[in-house]
Design a binder for this molecule. Structure first.
Ligand code: HXC
Length: 260
């Protein structure tokens, strides 16, 4: 497919890279841009060769938020009846792992987009924030929920209520990102692709089950989450990948998963 606001590529045989590419607007996440992300996610999800997805922006901006110019004149009736921001749900339904590689600004919807991914890697230049309060609104694509789960109530309240930005270092200390990578242009994407390759080399079925199980920790009470985990664990013994993985260990060789 050809896109206007994103670039897609396959820099590793089993990894799809989606690059936000609206540089003049610091990758502001307009509706047309979100629809393109969703289409690219659909393509990656439906491509049996792809085992993991990396989502990134530019050195200057992962994304500076939803498109303020697009939202500025919207009225309540319109946003309500059209369920404005429903386009943001698709990414949360993708079953393959998505790694956000964040350089520069990840503000408002940009921060929320990164948090909708499974893993966030940050460049030392990354700047996170939920500045919506400065615009007379609140985060609308998961910011009040995912940020609170990730960094705790007091910090999330501070960030959401003051609208101040926070650094890559803070994001790492607070557990929002799994790691800040070294300096250097392109470093965060390189690291994300490496991680995505590693994930893509595992069995697809167990990777998908693992993602579903970890995500359920956000949705379910502990007892229900543990029950779901067990229900996802048992059927893996019906897969060839389990026989291969454990067989390879016993034979002291590297497993070669066939995703069945
Ligand atoms: C539309 C945006 C934009 C945005 C930047 N631009 N962010 N356009 N929506 N969110 C545009 C600017 O208007 C400008 O266009 C160009 O990108 C470059 O931006 P500058 O402001 O000139 O760059 P700089 O001075 O370096 O400042 C960078 C910045 C600032 C600090 C990131 O752009 C900024 O504060 N942006 C808004 C951040 C924000 O409030 N995000 C939350 C949005 S609300 P021109 O045409 O002038 O060159 C949101 C709601 C979420 O996300 C709801 C759920 C999705």
């Amino acid at each position: 497919s050809t896109y206007n606001f994103i670039l897609t590529s396959r820099p590793e045989p089993n990894v799809s890279l989606i690059t936000l590419n609206r540089p003049k607007a610091l990758n502001a996440l307009s509706t047309p841009l979100m629809l393109e992300i969703n289409k690219a996610l659909d393509e990656a999800e439906n491509d049996a060769d792809i085992g993991a997805i990396v989502l990134t922006g530019s050195e200057r901006a992962f994304a500076a938020g939803a498109d303020i110019k697009e939202m500025k004149d919207k009225q309540f009736a319109e946003v309500y009846t059209s369920d404005f921001l429903q386009n943001w749900t698709r990414i949360t339904q993708v079953r393959k792992p998505i790694i956000a590689a964040v350089s520069g600004y990840a503000l408002g919807g940009g921060c929320e987009l990164a948090m909708a991914c499974d893993i966030i890697l940050a460049s030392p230049t990354a700047v996170f924030g939920q500045p919506e309060i400065n615009l007379g609104i609140i985060p609308g694509a998961g910011g009040t929920q995912r940020l609170t789960h990730a960094i705790g109530k007091s910090r999330a309240m501070e960030i959401v209520l003051t609208g101040r930005n926070f650094s890559a270092k803070e994001a790492e200390a607070w557990g929002l990102v799994s790691r800040v990578v070294g300096e250097g242009e392109g470093e965060v994407v390189k690291e994300a692709l490496k991680m995505a390759s590693t994930i893509a080399s595992k069995g697809r079925i167990s990777v998908q089950a693992a993602k579903e199980a970890v995500n359920s920790a956000y949705e379910l009470p502990l007892g229900e989450g543990l029950r779901l985990e067990r229900r996802l664990f048992h059927p893996l013994f019906a897969t060839n990948d389990q026989k291969e993985g454990m067989g390879a260990f016993a034979e002291k060789r590297k497993a070669n998963f066939t995703n069945n």
